[in-house]
Ligand binder design. Sequence first.
Ligand code: ADP
Ligand code: MG
Length: 684
Amino acid sequence: MEPLTLHTPLTSLPGVGPAREKALDKLGLRTVADLLAYFPRDYEDRTLRESIAACPLEEPVCFSALVAEPFRTSYVRRGMELTKGRIVDGTGQVEVTFFNQSYVRSALTPGETYCFYGKLTGTGRRRQMINPVFEREGEGRVTGGIVPVYPLTAGITAKRLTSWQRLAAQCVPQIQETLPEDLRRTYRLAPAAFSYRAIHFPQSWEDLAQARRRLMFEELFCLNLGLTLIRGRRGEQTAVPFLRQDLDAFLSGLPFTLTDAQLRSAREAAADLKQPVPMNRLLQGDVGSGKTVVAAACAYLAWDNGCQTALMAPTELLAQQHVKTLSDLLGHTGMRVSLLTGSMTAAQKRACREKLAAGEIDLIVGTHALLSEPVAFRRLALVITDEQHRFGVDQRAALSAKSGGEERPHVLVMSATPIPRTLALMIYGDLDLSVIDQLPPGRTPVDTMLIGGDKRQRLYGFVRKQVGLGRQVYLVCPAVDQEDPAGMKAAEQYGRQLQREVFPDLRVAIVHGKLKAREKQQVMEDFAAGRIDVLVSTTVIEVGVDVPNASLMIVEDADRFGLSQLHQLRGRVGRGKHQSYCVLISDNRNEQTRKRLKTLCATTDGFAIAEEDLKLRGPGDFFGARQHGLPQLKLASLEGDMRLLHEAQDAARAVLAQDPDLQNHAPLRQRVEQLFRENGDIFN
Ligand code: ADP
Ligand code: MG
């Protein structure tokens, strides 16, 4: 066999034929380098214990012992053989049983010592063990150390993958060190070669911790460098500066006074818009915090500076709502606001496009179709998107390209997903951040309670009472149209059952993602117009829908949802002047789960809830999701070391201050390029 290098294809490894090649490819593994970058998801502690007596019961342990007698096989019934024997050390003895593995009879020689790995059970001084892993003492292949556990796929066994990793390990010295030595010293980071070896085959838990820390740091560091470089590249682009900055005429015509947080956010955006470089700002605010009016302020500035604005919503329904709201907010200024969506007739669309090209529309509202349709603007200078979590970095890039010409539009993205600030800076690293951390005055917080399924009858009574008062009710189920084996409520069945058996006299409707877009929209329109009393749905109603008359949100199997998601759902009520309620139903007795749900009952502050989610579940959910359009992280997504994150940020800043293009850090530059490969060329 040729000597292995990092570039050697895995097909050169023993046992890799076309089938396994395909399976490996599914894991993203093509070369030895890929393999080395494929980290274990867990480890088994197979370090040797002192003695049998020192081994705890009921957990996997590794120890060495002498085979005290020949192993014997007995046939229990057809197809079932038991092979039994006794092993001992100076402190105790264990009766070992193997099922259907009679070959062990010859593999375990009486009078010789072996290492065993398995779970000990028993009472008193009797110890038993079933199907342990074993090998001759000192062999050290499957026992006596910390053994990696890799994520697998069909066709690839743990044993094979580990043996390939052992082969690949000889190439570790070829891995380039990306982190400069002074940086490693400052942040006490282990060298690359050590870390790659130790993450696969650690000599000790201490070594493993060192290796993980270094590799996690590297990942966060490179992510930061990449995002900062993207941000920097923006500085070279030009945009129309909005030199006229006076908002008085807009503000004085509003039906309400802005909150301090809204004013602050509007000012932050205005300051960006004054610059001849494109704004790229994320406006974060809890549901109902009043983001729309801040967006309107920006659109007003665009208009006052002779430019057009495009606002994009994730659904047609939301686009329609935005047109209505924005027309109300901007009507007094003389701005012309209009809608452009896929479901309009061809003639309507054409008319709309002509007006846009002629500059007779100042603010156009639509769905993402705005991007794909052949729309020409007279002078588009600001693009606003609602519900950012559905947009990735690439979509933002596509948007910017839309304006054509030399000048890029300013971009404002609005998100109602409260993400703790530290994480937001990381996830939306190429965006500047404004936060509306205050609700408009006069809101009555939604009264939230957690109940068991046994209280459902009383709840039905409460539903009746709300509907009797003229209110409307949302009921959210975790599944669409079939109770799954675990018995989750399904919107389709439950909705029909409610109509038939519980509320025959009320208007019950069902909506979920499997309906056609048109049907879905029809139901939502009917609900918004008050033609439906009880809307049974899945989480499709999570985003942005505004029906102020709805006063009760019921969530079935609430434990199936993340806290932040439940908070989003709750945000659908409490939008009008009526006292509103959120009822979480769960029969889950798990203490941790109940604690999670109770958090929601105790607070309505989205950021506090996100922090709690972060504490309970780690940043995986925030980081892991591909929807952010960020590179996938391998290690950093698994655990939440905020300090490391800050250190990586500081380090990135320091390196870029000295070497803005990473010209003098070739290996590092290569790593960053690799990490962002899918996001296009970030150095140019
Ligand atoms: P979201 O941030 O969820 O998009 P909206 O912009 O839809 O919030 O605002 C929610 C509701 O609050 C709207 O009905 C809006 O008119 C109202 N609102 C916004 N700002 C204020 C304010 N400063 N004072 C009173 N009501 C406000
Ligand atoms: Mg909104």
